[in-house]
Design a protein around this ligand. Structure first.
Ligand code: DQQ
Length: 539
């Protein structure tokens, strides 16, 4: 149908139809990128979950294969849920995933490639000794024990994995050890735990080197000065802590422990969950995939026949100060760029709205630098805003004048501006630094009723004494808007369903400024994005 096709993304990952949630077991193996995904082959809502399987050589174009794992054994008959792939020595390959067993307990199972010389690794065999891990031990909740991480090797040469669990009502990243990846025993203490929250879903644990965007393989020798990241999915978003992996205690020790978990940094401040990263040995980088759900209703999903996309795969690394993760779309996505337009030396004064013409405004990649002509008018920052950036974005929207900002992009706008999405910045002066607020405000993205349309937002620190330019990159893909602010310090992905896209088949795009301080745009580049071959069935 028209509605289904107009909102269907052109270069974000999704199956040909039906439901998709968490990315599972991403890896690069023998020249091929593999991506598995929680998938309902029978409908556009969660249920009947199997591991869908797609392969690619460039992370842009994908071929869908038969599902890799389906519920057909006592250990996974009630569900084949999330998990990870680990490449062992000698090229051995293992998937560990959570199964719902006959009693509806969550257990961990192993699947192995049937034939490692099949380039696409189409068929997977379940291990005879499944399940390899059961939810046993004092205080364990058998219904909250899932999503094993990729394995890593400890100094004793043994494999380790972490699994999210609820133990005595607190959240734990339980740690397990094994010699052969088949027989596992639980370590007496967790990798990390907290009394603050319920179960952590989709744990991810990896090493990063401050200031270097080269990725690290968790199982290789970790260089001196490296840090570790523990990511967990909770409260509808993906949060992380930076710390060290203390080899002596065999535990993760965060650099900072915040007692209010609303203050924890997020991988993405928009619609993004259950992310999982992997080390790409081809280009020596760490890549992260995350799930972006629909923001329309489930009856809309039935009408569309599909639900769920993934964000563009992103390179993820740690900033020089070792304080926050940075992300940037993998460079391969730039192969879809066509017809560059280039504006130079735009001056945006208070109230200016400058139309950007010459690109496909429904499928575009936009890179823009905003240079502040002065930083004297920055209003002062209130640290309590960090608790709820969305509230701040609601109260200080694009039409509310400020000292510095709001300035940014208005996209997916109808001719009469009744519908529009705004991605914008505001700059504040805090005691020691400048704080930048980035908002992706989708409250007026559509005239349709029944959509989830928040004003997403996140703050980042920025040294404006050193650098006056704040960059914004926004990828527009029909119903997806994915933005990276300050060189990847804050990312926000959102889903929008404007009526104008359907009715007019096009939209308008503008750069704007609504703050007292004039903003200079030394350069704005934008491209139309071609439609990628994402899981299109051939023939
Ligand atoms: N989705 C999976 C679980 C995971 C949850 C089930 C997170 O394994 O905890 O589809 O979205």
């Amino acid at each position: 149908s028209i509605v289904s096709d107009r909102y269907r993304t052109a270069y974000h990952f999704q199956p040909p139809k039906n439901w998709m949630n968490d990315p599972n077991g991403p890896m690069y193996y023998n020249g091929i990128y593999h991506l598995f995904f929680q998938h309902n082959p029978n409908g556009p809502q969660w249920g009947d979950i199997v591991w869908g399987h797609s392969v690619s050589t460039d992370l842009v174009n994908w071929i869908i294969l038969e599902p890799a794992i389906e519920p057909d054994t006592p250990g996974d008959i009630k569900g084949c849920w999330s998990g990870s792939a680990t490449i062992l020595f000698g090229g051995q390959l293992v998937i560990m995933y959570t199964g719902g067993d006959v009693e509806n307990h969550q257990v961990q199972n192993i699947a192995l490639p049937k034939n490692r010389s099949d380039l696409y690794l189409r068929e997977w065999t379940k291990a005879g000794n499944n399940p390899v891990l059961q939810p046993v031990g004092p205080g364990m909740n058998p219904g909250e024990f899932r999503d094993p991480t990729t394995g890593w090797i400890g100094p004793d040469g043994l494999w380790r994995i972490a699994i999210g669990a609820e133990v005595n009502g607190y959240s734990a990243a339980l740690l397990y050890k094994s010699e052969d990846f088949m027989n596992w025993s639980r370590v007496g203490h967790p990798l990390y735990s907290s009394s603050a929250s319920t179960m952590w879903e989709c744990l991810d644990f990896f090493a990063v080197l401050p200031g270097s965007n080269g990725g690290l393989d968790l199982s290789a020798a970790i260089p001196k000065g490296a840090k570790h990241v523990l990511k967990f999915s909770v409260d509808q978003c993906d949060k992380y802590m930076i710390g060290v992996y203390d080899l002596e205690c065999d535990a993760f020790v965060p650099d900072i422990v915040l007692d209010d978990r609303r203050l924890l940094p997020r991988i993405d401040y928009g619609n993004y969950y259950a992310s999982k990263s992997f080390f790409d040995s081809k280009n020596r980088r760490r890549i992260i995939w995350g799930w972006t759900n629909e923001s329309d209703s489930s009856s809309d999903d039935v009408a569309k026949g599909w639900a769920g996309i993934y964000g563009i795969p992103r390179t993820i690394w740690l900033d020089r100060d070792g304080k926050q993760l940075l992300q940037w779309p993998v460079e391969e996505i730039e192969s879809l760029r066509r017809n560059e337009i280039n504006y130079q030396g735009l001056e945006l004064e208070k109230g200016d709205l400058y139309e950007i013409k010459g690109v496909d405004t429904l499928q575009a990649d936009v890179e823009i630098d905003f240079e502040l002509t002065s930083i004297d008018d920055a209003e002062s920052f209130d640290p309590s805003w960090l608790l709820d950036p969305q509230k701040h974005c609601r109260e200080a929207g694009a039409s509310v004048h400020g000292g510095i900002g709001p300035f940014g992009l208005v996209i997916l706008a109808s001719s009469d501006m009744e519908e529009h999405t705004v991605v914008h910045f505001r700059v504040y002066k805090s005691q020691k630094e400048y704080m930048v607020l980035m908002c992706s405000d989708i409250r007026r993205s559509s005239l349709r009723q029944g959509l989830y349309t928040p004003a997403y937002g996140g703050f980042f620190e920025f040294d404006l004494e050193k650098e006056r330019k704040i960059s914004l990159r926004t990828l527009i893909d029909r119903s997806a808007v994915e933005s990276f602010g300050g060189g990847g310090r804050v990312s926000i992905i959102a889903r929008v369903y404007p009526v104008a896209i359907v009715d007019e088949g096009r939209a308008h795009m503008y750069a704007f400024n609504n703050g007292s301080t004039t903003v200079w745009v030394p350069q704005l580049r934008a491209w139309s994005m071609m439609t990628a071959q994402v899981n299109v069935k051939k023939g």
